[in-house]
Design a protein around this ligand. Structure first.
Ligand code: NAD
Ligand code: MG
Length: 352
């Protein structure tokens, strides 16, 4: 734990020196799933000297990838049987099923259930027995970066939470797991399953995925409806967003405001709250309430049970928005994209 007087937040942040890798060194970890997070956790743990078994279905096309990465592969049930720690890294929507069929029957007292997101525990879709530890180590980054950073002796920031501590060692073991995948090199923030789940869902809905795409589409539509060209609308409302976000990522809102013109700064400061006004704030509070009271979770679970009818429709409508066709054409005409970046994105897609 590092005490820093200049810190303005009260969260605990852990680094390498706070973790005792011995807490995991003698354990066997079953990593269920070999997708974005699974392939990174499995390889990083293994290279940190931890005994790893990857749990995949007999017919999973990820099997050959895991094997050629030098890892032992078993069925999820066999991996869970052998393991002391079961790291559940299949998609959140299939976790309850995998848990019920392959994990629950094979958990021993004192084993650990380990997650990278709190949804199924927080919303009671997985109800573990009382005699196991339940922890979360959630890298705040896609899996391909968790892997690449580890290979480059760099870290990936992460979160650590303990939901259930049956053995008394859950926290130390979770921190050792975070160290073994490289997270304590960068810093690991202590949180709870509830906080991680609710802030994650709210963030992706209100700001990151939902809010920002609505802002982009409405900005685009406003310009096009007023008679401006779709190309100009695309550049102004979508393409330039990256430049602005990169500046905010690097140095906060301040670096962005410092980098744009005074005209852009003045106009932005006066008009931003006109567009995203107190109604947007009230709507955000409603979105948060549905996350907190479980309404969103219930809706998403029954949407999946029904075979995703609305989800499929919404996806199609989003794909068919005019901005997508305009963007595809423009991105083909202008060579501003870094091809290296594109390759990385592709290699991050590991399918089931
Ligand atoms: P993913 O979709 O990339 O990969 C899931 C893998 O699970 C597949 O590649 C396949 O190997 C396996 N799989 C799929 N269906 C299966 C089934 N029915 N039975 C057994 N195995 C099956 O998943 P992901 O994005 O790595 O997510 C895993 C967990 O990590 C989730 O809890 C997610 O919320 C969390 N997480 C993801 C990210 C991210 O950036 N992707 C970041 C932080 C946390
Ligand atoms: Mg076991």
């Amino acid at each position: 734990m590092t005490e820093d007087d200049t810190q303005t937040f009260d969260s605990t942040v852990y680094y390498d020196e706070d973790a005792d890798e011995e807490a995991i060194a003698q354990k066997t970890v079953a990593v269920l799933g070999y997708g974005s997070q699974g392939h990174a956790h499995a390889q990083n743990l293994s290279e940190s000297g931890v005994d790893v078994i990857v749990g995949l279905r007999e017919d999973s096309s990820s099997r050959s990838a895991a094997e050629s990465d030098g890892l032992r592969v078993e069925t999820p049930a066999d991996a869970a049987t052998e393991a002391d720690i079961v790291s559940v890294l299949v998609p959140d929507t299939v976790q309850p099923d995998v848990y019920e069929n392959a994990v629950e029957p094979n958990l021993d007292a004192g084993d650990t259930l380990q997650f990278a997101h709190g949804f199924n525990i927080h919303y009671n879709q997985i109800q573990p027995p009382e005699d196991v530890d339940v922890t979360m180590v959630a890298p705040k980054s896609p899996g391909h970066l968790v892997r690449r950073n580890y290979e480059n002796d760099e870290g990936t920031p992460g979160l650590l939470a303990v939901y259930q501590d049956a053995t008394g060692d859950a926290h130390d073991e979770g921190l050792a797991y975070a160290a073994a995948i490289g997270c304590t090199r960068a810093g690991v923030v202590e949180t709870s399953f509830r906080e991680e789940t609710e802030t994650d869902l709210f963030g992706e809905q209100a700001v990151l995925c939902g809010g920002v795409t609505s802002l982009v589409k409405q900005g685009y539509e406003t310009l096009v409806d007023a008679g401006y060209s779709p190309e100009m609308a695309y550049f102004e409302c979508l393409n330039e967003l990256k430049l602005i976000v990169d500046l905010m990522y690097e140095g906060g809102l301040g670096e962005m405001w410092d980098s744009v013109s005074d005209t852009a700064e003045y106009g932005g400061l006066t008009q931003g709250d006109v567009v995203v006004d107190e109604h947007a704030r009230e709507n955000m509070e409603e979105v948060l309430e549905k996350v907190q009271n479980g309404e969103f979770a219930r809706e998403w679970i029954s949407e999946n049970q029904a075979g995703r009818p609305s989800y499929t429709q919404l996806r199609t409508a989003e794909k068919n928005h005019e901005i997508e066709a305009v963007g595809e054409e423009l991105r083909g005409l202008f060579a501003w994209q870094d091809e290296g970046e594109e390759d990385e994105e592709e290699s991050a897609e590991v399918t089931a």
